[in-house]
Design a binder for this molecule. Structure first.
Ligand code: GLU
Length: 399
């Protein structure tokens, strides 16, 4: 057969976070004692009250189609949560429930982009943003944000990157992969540029509950009405409630955007999974204690990770203030040799670690920073200790 496949589809790189995580799982299934610092997936079980609600939903026959943009109850609950927790004024008809955060982002870009529209993505970035933008006919525009600026974009950089083709800017705070959190003052300065340039900001707030050291996520859309009119906020159940597999993400958007997203979704998926929507309603409106308990445990792991990595040779890192990742600069290690051979790339660094030290880490070339790796601390402290011992052993062998 010589039928040509979609040019757009062929351009998309498969997600390396998922590929590395799958590889670690595969090795573990073969009986190997692999430590996985790969995907950012909470190791906790979904809280019991949420599971029980889902089981009841099935038993009650809540297994039919729902409204395409989500059940009215869940959209109302999300609208209430936006207002009370995030100080974002989105009415229920401005809320769209989707099949996970990636689906929410896909629908957002599908609703706002025309071919050639540019989307500014601060670098490093979560690897799926540019791929989703390209799938939706947009052009990712990367702005490098170095360690000296805590990997955060400045208003000057944002303004300089805007052209007449710029449609949107992607903001992710707390950030994957850096763990950095934007302060209110930083967001105010960015908001001014966004309003002045008249572009959308896509604020991905999926790690909102995971902040430390007294840090708190501020929703950029909460700053004033002008910025709210330019803000599309997306979020999801996965990280805060340990619900990765349930696939429920949600968006708050200006009315016109939400309307287009709802139409698109009605053809794409009919509706997000009915049972998972019921579980999400319980997650949002039910007891919130489990969120705090998980956050506390992540915090303990974070401090341990940072302390250990800071003392390791040939690498450096900035203490993360949110999410559950440590972003590690390995540029010095890449100049060294292992067993007489220069390492050169972060992919090679990660390959040696998984194959010879049974430790999975994420090489960050696909995150726009080819001399960094990302370690997720969404695994037990025992696993973290074991994995860090192995990484240290490897680093000690570099010459
Ligand atoms: N967002 C998580 C991560 O960065 C899950 C995997 C993925 O979707 O990339 O690890």
């Amino acid at each position: 057969m010589s039928l040509e496949l979609s040019k757009k589809g062929l351009l998309v790189k498969p997600s390396s976070t998922l590929a590395i995580t799958a590889k670690a799982k595969e090795l573990r299934a073969k009986g190997l004692d692999v430590v996985g610092f790969g995907a950012g997936e909470p190791d906790f079980n979904t809280p019991d009250n949420i599971n029980a609600t889902a089981i009841k939903a099935i038993q009650d026959g809540f297994t039919k189609y729902t409204a395409a943009a989500g059940t009215p109850e869940l959209r109302k609950a999300i609208s209430d949560k936006f207002k009370t927790v995030n100080h974002l004024n989105y009415e229920p008809d401005q809320v769209i429930v989707s099949n996970g955060g990636k689906h929410a982002l896909t629908n957002i870009f599908e609703a706002i982009l025309n071919p050639g529209d540019e989307v500014i993505i601060p670098t490093p970035f979560w690897l799926s943003y540019p791929e989703i933008v390209k799938l939706e006919d947009g052009v990712p525009v990367f702005v490098r944000c170095d360690a000296s600026q805590n990997y955060k974009i400045t208003p000057e950089q944002l303004a300089a990157a805007c052209t007449e083709k710029t449609k949107a800017f992607v903001l992710n705070s707390p950030n994957n992969p850096t763990g950095m959190v934007y302060s209110k003052a930083e967001l105010e300065a960015l908001a001014k540029v966004i309003v002045e340039k008249d572009i959308y900001v896509i604020s991905d707030e999926i790690y909102e509950y995971l902040t430390y050291d007294g840090e708190q996520m501020v929703s950029i859309g909460s700053l004033n009405d002008e910025i709210l009119a330019h803000t599309i906020t997306c979020n999801g159940m996965a990280k805060g409630y340990a619900m990765t597999g349930w696939r429920i993400g949600y968006t708050g958007a200006p009315k016109a955007v939400a309307k287009v997203m709802a139409s698109i979704q009605s053809h794409q998926t009919s509706n997000p999974n009915s049972v998972a929507q019921m579980a999400s309603l319980e997650a949002i409106t039910g007891p919130q204690e489990s969120v705090g308990i998980m956050r506390q445990e992540f915090d303990r792991r974070r401090l341990y990770m940072f302390d250990r990595i800071s003392k390791m040779p040939h690498v450096s890192t900035i203490c993360p203030r949110g999410a559950f990742y440590v972003f590690v600069d390995i540029s010095k290690a890449l100049e060294l040799s292992y067993n007489g051979k220069k390492i050169e790339t972060c992919a090679e660094f990660a390959r040696i670690l998984i194959e010879e030290y049974l430790t999975a880490v994420i090489p960050c070339a696909d995150f726009g920073f080819a001399d960094h790796i990302r370690l997720s601390y969404a695994i037990s402290i025992e696993q973290i200790e074991k994995g860090l011992n192995r990484i240290e052993e490897f680093l000690n062998k570099l010459q």
